[in-house]
Design a protein around this ligand. Structure first.
Ligand code: HEM
Ligand code: NAG
Ligand code: NAG
Ligand code: NAG
Length: 320
């Protein structure tokens, strides 16, 4: 009896050791060291989204661009510094990545409550979660304990999925991160909120793509001339409500995806590898909410730095 108890205790101890050295995240990571962190993030995000609903979308995009570049380590938040080329200057982020001031505001409040304890990477993961729920989407528990990078990788950021890519290449970029074609599809449902610059969809609405609704193309050209107006903004999903829902998928089914990469998810007549997922989410909003939350947790767990790796940045814009 005593021996078997010891065996169990030993197994538990080993499991704990494996878990910590394996870099597992935990729901209770700041339970003792910063119990109010989630409340602080939520209060700042609530005010930011109330002032500008699109800010929720912008923060959600930031976590994707963070996690796909050397893991969810806050690397996207770093400004240029000697020997450090900021990811903010990459083709994928330049002129479009935004919301950094909101993350700074959260970080400042969190530092006041618990100095040098909560990582910028965790703050970003929580802020993105709150963005979605504040915009009417699902809410999910965020495992915490990520540590911040001391480096950035602009080249990797240049290589983030682009709006000009085809479905094969999108699937393979997600597969390289351990995310499957259904997760690519459900996560792209983020484009139910937020906007895009004209530059990112000009070739789609002025081109000769068969897979676009013709009246939709004409409508989009109004705010995105054949030349000039590169930074003009149009909603990724019309009608633009900035509310989280499955309208994006309904639009794809009628050729009203704004980005080429959006419409690649649904080929219709020609048939594409992700068509069935688009059909599924277009008709099942509940499944979209549920699968989106699960996929966000999976994306949020990409290559986290834990234990003694990285650091807890005091200012999200620079290494300590
Ligand atoms: C599948 C590959 C993807 C491509 C090629 C792509 C591309 C883009 C582009 C070009 C924009 C417009 C940015 C701008 O002009 O401001 C955009 C916006 C956005 N993306 Fe994606 N995206 C992809 C996947 C994702 C994922 C996985 C997420 C989140 C989980 C996401 C969230 C967003 C959001 C919320 C916006 C709106 C941002 C704003 O209004 O500030 N995207 N995306
Ligand atoms: C926070 O902690 C850091 C590192 O431990 C220290 O350098 C800094 O002075 C502290 N700041 C405040 C406001 O306590
Ligand atoms: C950036 O990432 C690429 C590809 O993963 C790698 O080859 C390169 O060495 C990295 N550069 C820096 C500055 O870390
Ligand atoms: C998709 O894009 C890749 C990379 O640009 C290219 O090599 C490939 O031929 C394209 N595939 C199709 C089916 O167009």
């Amino acid at each position: 009896m005593a021996a078997s108890y010891r065996l169990v205790a030993m197994a538990c101890f080993l499991a704990l050791l494996v878990c910590t050295t394996n870099g597992q995240l935990s729901m209770k990571f700041y339970a003792r060291t910063c119990p109010n962190v989630e409340q602080i993030v939520l209060s700042v995000m609530t005010e930011a989204v109330r002032k500008e609903p699109r800010m929720g979308a912008s923060i959600l995009r930031l976590v994707f661009h963070d996690c796909f570049v050397q893991g969810c380590d806050g690397s996207i938040l770093l400004d240029n510094a000697p020997g450090l080329a900021s990811e903010k200057d990459s083709v994928s982020n330049k002129n479009t990545a935004r919301g950094f001031e909101v993350i700074d505001a959260i970080k400042a409040q969190v530092e006041r409550a618990c100095n040098a304890t909560v990582s910028c990477a965790d703050i970003l993961a929580l802020a993105a979660r709150d963005s979605v729920s504040l915009l009417g989407g699902p809410k999910w528990p965020v495992p915490l304990g990520r540590r911040d990078s001391t480096t950035a990788n602009q080249t990797e950021a240049d290589n983030l999925p682009s709006p000009f890519e085809n479905i094969t290449s999108l699937i393979s970029k997600f597969a390289a991160k351990g995310l499957n074609a259904q997760e690519l599809t459900v996560l792209s449902g983020s484009h139910t909120v937020g906007s895009s610059i004209c530059f990112a969809f000009r070739t789609r609405v002025w081109g000769t793509e068969p897979n676009i609704n013709p009246p939709f193309a004409i409508e989009c050209r109004k705010n995105c001339p054949a030349s000039g107006g590169d930074n003009n903004l149009s909603p990724l999903t019309t009608p633009n409500t900035n509310r989280f829902g499955n309208q994006y998928f309904k639009n794809l089914m009628i050729g009203r995806g704004l980005l080429h990469s959006d419409q690649e998810l649904f080929k219709g007549g020609a048939g594409g590898p992700t068509d069935r997922f688009v059909r599924f989410y277009a008709t099942n909003g509940g499944a979209f909410a549920r699968d989106f939350a699960a996929a966000m947790v999976r994306m949020g767990n990409l290559g986290p730095k834990t234990g003694n790796q990285g650091e807890i940045r005091l200012n999200c814009r620079r290494v300590n």
